[in-house]
Design a protein around this ligand. Structure first.
Ligand code: MLT
Ligand code: MN
Ligand code: ZN
Length: 266
């Protein structure tokens, strides 16, 4: 099962320094979307975060499945799986430093970009275990959950322009009782995504922008106008759009597009 903990792109919605009409409407109505992040479990007892958003503390506190106990420092949170090294997907690692140990899964390129973060967090716990993800290679996690990363492009974060590496962005095929595809960040629709969607019950997909004209510089994310027809080729997969940018007009006018719900359980 998967719990969606946040469904907005970096900055959230409304964004703290944005006075656009849409952010204004959300502010007035008290609606908000936290930055994109999810939690997944194969058995309802061992949970893994998919990305670690800057809003992670609030998100953990709002998620009943992640309540600590019964021991004073026991937690159902076993690890974090990163789809990329973007700041909106990784800054939350700093807020998890109270975890004595944690299994973190990332590609070599992502782990390399995060070397400074690792150096800063290491002194706080007993050492987190970092595991390398390789596209196409499945990893078995606690609770009967299997994840298979697949390559989703080479968009590297702006801060990592001088870091070498190939696998900057992956999607995740998660299989336990259900088969779920998680791909919150991609610029082009690849063969690997179609392959993963073939037997998927659910898919949670990059919905950053509605159109490619939405911002002067729409980069790094395939617009909804491009992904809608491709998703239509997978009629048995129920999908949701996530990582919604505050510029995306569907935030206040969904036009029948299935937007991920905050705290929705899949
Ligand atoms: C993105 O999704 O393109 C990045 O997270 C942008 C950012 O760093 O804010
Ligand atoms: Mn982002
Ligand atoms: Zn705005």
């Amino acid at each position: 099962m998967m719990r969606l903990l946040g469904t907005a792109a970096g900055g959230g919605a409304p964004q703290w320094n944005c006075a656009c009409v849409q952010c204004g409407l959300m502010r007035e109505s008290g609606r908000e979307r936290l930055q994109e992040c999810a939690a997944v479990s194969g058995d309802g007892r061992s949970w893994y975060l998919l990305n670690a958003s800057p809003d992670i503390r609030t998100q953990l506190l709002r998620t009943p499945e992640l309540t600590p106990g019964p021991g004073p420092r026991e937690t159902p949170l076993k690890g974090v799986i990163l789809t990329d090294a973007e700041l909106d997907h990784t800054l939350g690692l700093f807020s998890l430093r109270e975890a004595k140990t944690l299994d973190v899964y990332a590609t070599a390129a992502v782990a390399q970009a995060l070397a400074p973060v690792r150096r800063m967090i290491d002194p706080y716990g007993d050492g987190w275990r970092w595991h390398e993800l390789h596209p196409g290679e499945s990893v078995k996690l606690d609770g009967g959950l299997t994840i298979t990363p697949f390559s989703m492009g080479e968009k590297r974060p702006r801060y990592a322009s001088d870091v070498d590496g190939d696998d900057w962005v992956v999607g995740l095929h998660l299989v336990a009782q259900k088969s779920i595809v998680y791909a919150p960040c991609f610029e082009t629709w690849g063969e690997a995504l179609d392959e993963a969607l073939r037997d998927a019950d659910f898919a949670v997909i990059d919905g950053t922008f509605r159109t490619s004209q939405e911002m002067p510089q729409v980069r790094g994310h395939l617009a909804m106008t491009e992904s809608v027809p491709r998703l239509a080729r997978h009629p048995r997969t129920a999908f949701r759009y996530t990582h919604l940018n505050n510029t995306n007009p569907v935030l206040t006018d969904p036009r029948d597009l299935p937007l991920a719900g905050e705290m929705e359980l899949l």
